[in-house]
Design a protein around this ligand. Sequence first.
Ligand code: ZN
Length: 182
Amino acid sequence: MTRALLLNADWSPLHFISDVKAVILVYKGRAEVISCSGDGQLSLWDTDFTSAGPVLGQDPVRHEVPATLRLLNQVKKKWKAPRFRKKVLFNRDDWSCQYCGKQLSWDSVTIDHVMPSSRGGQTTWLNCVTACKQCNKHKANKTPEEAEMRLRKTPAVPNSLHFWDAMRSNVSHPDWDMFITK
Ligand SMILES: [Zn+2]
């Protein structure tokens, strides 16, 4: 199954949805196709299509699978901080150690609890930072003050871009960049 990026009527990104849902939105006249995935076509008669919504009795029209589509009517959307995810945290910190500034990758990145978890520190956006293994080991069971280490910036709730980038890590389409990096 491919994914499609659903945009609000004002072109801001809303969700990633399944190809079947995308075609149904277009079929019901609720969204317009902005670009297609090039992954062929879906028919109203396809089994995965009909299982997603009762559309029997219609002509077997085939629809290009959308990659990006836009709702025709604006829906209200509240930005809610996503639940804690490692990749979003690393994106927020630009994959750099928040103590020494070293650039990190999946092989070298660790999560540091500013207030150590052994002392009640929670795994939250405000208590976690990206750290290299050396700094994490050096800081150990101490607070930054006790370890005499300075955080490069105060941990904050990630914004929607940190989140979107992590959400689409397994799927991509060249057209999405201009909407997601807005
Ligand atoms: Zn470091």
